[in-house]
Design a protein around this ligand. Structure first.
Ligand SMILES: [Zn+2]
Length: 427
């Protein structure tokens, strides 16, 4: 291990300070505690760094805050108890944190960090809903509820109430950098589409109409009122999955696309190359609540995969069919382009959402209180974006394939433990 390896934390902090004005950003951690002993900035920076080094909960984070190096960086020379961390988080302003998240995304866009994420010259935002966590016993004022049927030890069925939190995310995916632009919690009694529209309306106001060019969604959103609102009220075209069970239009689309495909393209690199057959129907009626004609693109993809059977490897043929609905102005983009927009959501390797779930404890809640749930989620998203920008846009090691993102996070932690003297955050 060389000396320079101990400097990863220092590099990360310098990058965040210089590129994103971290001292100014730290203002977003202000909370409403009366006469706090521990400054909110020290709490917020601890929570932020805790996310980067993958601290699994507030008690473990309390342990980290005993490190002198940690204390020097956050500017508070004592341990911070898990009670204080949770209490302060529940008094932070999710709105302020959201503004900080937006500030970072805007800076990244100005710095051309999303250029590589453009597909056929357009920047597509995809929506995903995610259940963050659920509990049988503990609830808060913002919990969603559902009845579930369970069996007791004797096998008798009984019903119980389950409490959970679920959010809709707006994600910008790219071959390198993927970020979460917005998140919106679902409210009791609300459908995903309601939260998604609230999120998009806010983005129209805050990010403006031209920050991205189109919206990509799964079949849950393929309904008249949602498309009407996004296309006509907000002005973004939508590419949406059409599922068999939802519409007559699915059968109609199949019936109208017999025989040879309109065109055929190839996608992906060997050995994962796919033959993509495309049929297009220019104008179909979706439903009574969305009467403008929509374009329908049917895609059949074929590829081969190697699977192991016993000691032998076998080549198996795979096939998948997708039907996409295109609402709004995307006439200049052919069926192959529509297929590419639609597939942005399925690429695991460039999915911020998947990465957050797998490596950033997304489906875990450190402090189950209404404001803390959202405030901590925003801190996670901010930490995630800052770290990924540092590693992917700025850092050479990851770009050169010398370390993985998770290794780099470990190195940041190691450099903290090894006590390389990181500067105290200015401001
Ligand atoms: Zn709750």
């Amino acid at each position: 291990m060389t000396d320079t390896q101990f400097k990863d934390l220092d590099r990360f902090v310098s990058y965040a300070e210089k590129q994103f004005d971290l001292p100014l950003l730290a203002g977003c951690f202000a909370d409403g505690r009366a006469d706090p002993k521990v400054p909110s900035r020290a709490v917020g920076l601890s929570l932020l760094l805790g996310e980067v080094i993958q601290s699994p909960g507030l008690s473990q984070l309390e342990e980290e805050t005993k490190l002198p190096q940690w204390q020097r960086w956050v500017g508070y020379h004592d341990r911070i108890s898990h009670d204080t961390l949770g209490y302060a988080a529940n008094r932070m302003s999710p709105e302020q944190l959201r503004r900080a998240g937006r500030f970072i995304s805007r800076k990244l866009k100005r710095g051309k960090a999303f250029e590589a994420s453009k597909m056929h010259g357009l920047l597509a935002v995809s929506l995903d809903a995610n259940e963050q966590f659920c509990s049988d016993h503990r609830s808060c004022a913002d919990c969603l509820t559902r009845e579930v049927t369970c069996k007791d030890a004797q096998g008798n069925e009984f019903k119980k109430t389950q409490y959970y939190h679920k959010q809709v995310y707006a994600q910008l995916s790219g071959p390198r950098l993927s970020v979460i632009l917005e998140v919106e919690p679902m409210r009791p009694g609300e459908e995903e589409c309601g939260a998604a529209l609230r999120l998009l309306r806010r983005m129209r106001q805050t990010y403006g109409p031209r920050f991205f060019d189109l919206v990509v969604v799964d079949s849950w959103y393929t309904n008249g009122p949602f498309l009407q609102a996004v296309v006509e009220e907000l002005g973004w075209p939508v590419v949406a999955v059409l599922k068999q069970e939802r519409y007559e239009i699915y059968q109609e689309a199949l019936a109208l696309t017999p025989g040879e495909p309109t065109h055929v393209v190839e996608r992906g690199e060997e050995p994962n190359r796919r033959r993509v057959e495309i049929w297009e129907v220019p104008a179909l009626r979706l439903s009574d609540t969305y009467t403008d004609p929509v374009r329908v693109v049917r895609v059949r993809e074929r590829w081969t995969e190697q699977t192991q059977q016993g000691k032998k490897w076998k080549t198996v043929e795979r096939e998948q069919t997708w039907i996409w609905v295109v609402a709004g102005e995307l006439d200049a983009y052919n069926g192959a382009a529509i297929r590419d927009f639609g597939h942005l959501r399925w690429k695991i390797e460039n999915n911020a959402f998947g990465e957050l779930t797998q490596h950033w404890h997304l489906t875990h809640c450190a402090h189950h209180k209404p404001v803390a749930v959202l405030a901590l989620l925003w801190i996670k998203i901010i930490a995630f974006t800052l770290f990924h920008a540092f590693a992917i846009v700025h850092g050479k090691l990851f770009r050169l394939g010398k370390v993985t993102l998770q290794e780099l996070r470990k190195r940041v932690y190691r450099s903290l433990l090894c006590g390389w003297p990181i500067r105290c955050l200015s401001g």
